[in-house]
Design a protein around this ligand. Structure first.
Ligand SMILES: [Zn+2]
Ligand SMILES: [Zn+2]
Length: 335
């Protein structure tokens, strides 16, 4: 089978590999759509995961079950499925608390085990979720959406019912978060970015655009019940508190550099009763993401900007596309 393979740190290429043989408790999935995410680039450079090279990357994928191991009854050939990539140990302190995303020895398809940028992927059957009649490109958004939902859960969004929200970063994940807030009934959802074309796209999706650093945005200081960062820029994170309304919540969702630091006034957090939240990855909530995608009117799937054959994915691992029209880039078996 054809696959994208990370041979060693920083070395990505195409490979012709043997199709995996079905092992006990596993199913062979024919990958139909697989999304590229910034994490894949971190994995390539050995900055994320264990540097388990060689590796087939890709942790956001959906496809059809091709074959199952003997005795497997939960799925059968032909089933349309999305993959939950996280493989928690199940018995460490975090796992026992139900925080499987914080497992002390967390493994994941596409990070420590071969993932979805291949024609086929061998996956434990417990990691497969039925997608109904969702198209594969949309179903491959279930993993990033599940990360967003885990973030909104960690921030207590459901219980606090914000009337207004602001998301920094109009990339695919920021927009997915903004659209999720809309789907949860938040009346006003703003998106802030420095890219005018990205803001125009956000507006076309029904979101309120704000140019970062503009007077229009400055005028909205302390006015959003919920503020999230999806840029991973520490300076942006530092500024979030200033836009958070009294009693509101700020969520650190974007991935900042591990050595980055911010300065915030503890007095302000205290006096204005602000909640600072963080969130990481997804926590067994692919079904909830699929549920939201199944009710989406097609707006979320507009975040998929590229559907490419495997070989055409390669350039996206080595350079950051400066093109603001590049949103979610996916491998598509149909492309
Ligand atoms: Zn990802
Ligand atoms: Zn664990």
């Amino acid at each position: 089978m054809k696959a994208v393979r990370f041979a060693a740190a920083g070395v990505a290429g195409m490979a012709e590999l043997e199709t995996p043989k079905v092992r006990s408790g596993h199913a062979l999935v024919r990958v139909r759509s697989a999304g590229l995410c910034h994490t894949d680039i971190e994995v390539l450079h050995g900055r994320y995961g264990e540097g388990a090279f060689p590796l087939i990357p890709g942790h956001e994928y959906a496809g059809t079950v091709e074959a199952v191991a003997e005795g497997v009854t939960s799925v059968q050939p032909g089933d349309r499925v999305a993959v939950d990539p996280n493989i928690p140990c199940g018995h460490c302190a975090a796992c026992r608390k139900g925080l499987t995303n914080l497992c002390a020895t967390l493994k994941a398809y596409g990070v420590t085990e071969n993932g979805g940028f291949a024609e086929y992927s061998l996956v434990k059957v417990g990691h497969l979720h039925a997608i109904g009649d969702l198209d594969f490109a949309t179903a491959a958004l279930a993993e990033p959406l599940a990360c967003v939902l885990n973030g909104l859960g960690a921030a207590g969004v459901e219980a606090s019912r914000p009337a207004s929200a602001l998301v920094f970063g109009a990339g695919p994940i920021g927009l997915l978060m903004a659209l999720s807030l809309k789907a949860k009934g938040v009346a006003e959802v703003g998106v802030a970015d420095i890219s005018e074309p990205r803001l125009a796209f956000a507006e076309a999706l029904g979101l309120t655009p704000f140019v970062s650093g503009s007077e229009q945005l400055a005028a909205r200081a302390k006015s959003f019940d919920f503020v999230a960062d999806a840029t991973g820029v520490a300076k942006v994170v530092e500024g979030m508190v200033g836009f958070t309304a009294d009693g509101g919540t700020a969520l650190i969702f974007g991935v900042c550099a591990p050595d980055a630091r911010i300065a915030v006034a503890p007095f302000e957090i205290f006096r204005r009763q602000i909640r600072l939240a963080g969130s990481y990855s997804l926590n067994r909530n692919i079904p909830q993401a699929l549920e939201i995608l199944s009710h989406d009117d097609g707006t979320m799937s507009r975040l998929v900007s590229h559907q490419l054959p495997l070989a055409e994915m390669l350039p996206f691992f080595s350079r950051h596309s400066g093109d603001p029209a590049t949103m979610k880039v996916q491998f598509s078996a149909e492309a």
